[in-house]
Design a protein around this ligand. Sequence first.
Ligand code: PHE
Length: 350
Amino acid sequence: MENLQTIREQALAALNAVQDEAALEQWKVAQLGRNAALTQAMKNLGQLSAEERPLAGKQANEVKLALEAAFDEKRSALEGARLRESLSSEKLDVTLPGHSIALGRLHPITQTLRRVNAIFAQMGFQVYRSRDVETDEYNFLLLNFPPNHPAREMQDSFYVEGGAPDNPTLLRTHTSAGQIHAMREYAAKDPGNPPPIRIVLPGMCYRFEQVSSRSEVQFTQVEGLAVGENITFGDLKGTLTDFAQRFFNANVRTRFRASHFPFTEPSAEMDVECFVCGGSGCSVCKHSGWLEILGSGMVHPNVLRNGGYDPEKYSGFAFGMGPERLTMLRYRIEDIRYFWRNDMRFLEQF
Ligand code: PHE
């Protein structure tokens, strides 16, 4: 009995000294395991006399239960301490602002293209998609380019493999090539009485040019084409002036200057008043007070005929503008090369 009492006191004293869970496990093996003093004492109970045995057995059981209870208590105390410790060391401030999700965005040229398309959609123009890879015939011949026009030179256009010797394949140098595709497609619907056309043709164009702050080898254009009966130069001016006011601002002034394109006659370029200096002259407008934004003109009779429209009965106007240039003017970007450089510091500003 005394031995049991000693075992109990020594075990509890040892438990008191336990500081962590590893030590607690060791204590359990030492005090309650197979080789523990208590386990040995319980094995020895059989050697006692029949009178002594029940009392000693009861006492031994009590010691065992007491040690197990003390073990459980110590274990939950250690677990509680560990939890408190991790809660305070990994403290979470739920009032801190979170990380915002980085959203993607549309390329500035895509934004401009969509804006231009939307403005013309409001005026009843539909988007017509035309191909990037063209033939000499569609890019030049049917647009009334004379056979030896300088734009057909290898130095100006990207020719690709394929095509006939007299009709080589090239990357379109302007979206005007789509004019013929569109007119022929519309005219095929009713060759005797072809329907009116009001379309814009957006897309990438390619020119074999020296890259500089003002020109790239690839760039976008938005072509416009309206064909029908009684379409006049007044319609051209009205449509494009309205476009400039919707794109830039309602008060922007515009002017038309005579120009030349093989596929339009007469031809004109449209300028908008320089919004940097308001027309008084600055470095952006090269001291002219005006900024050129597009080429345009009445569709040449030969082009109408090539598209399947009788120039005696039908007339039309066409225009072509560069979204890079529009975007540069609108945001005062000084170098066209920023657009295709994929520098996030530039692109993220739009
Ligand atoms: N295709 C011409 C260019 O690339 C622009 C243009 C289009 C001019 C339609 C007149 C009519 O410069």
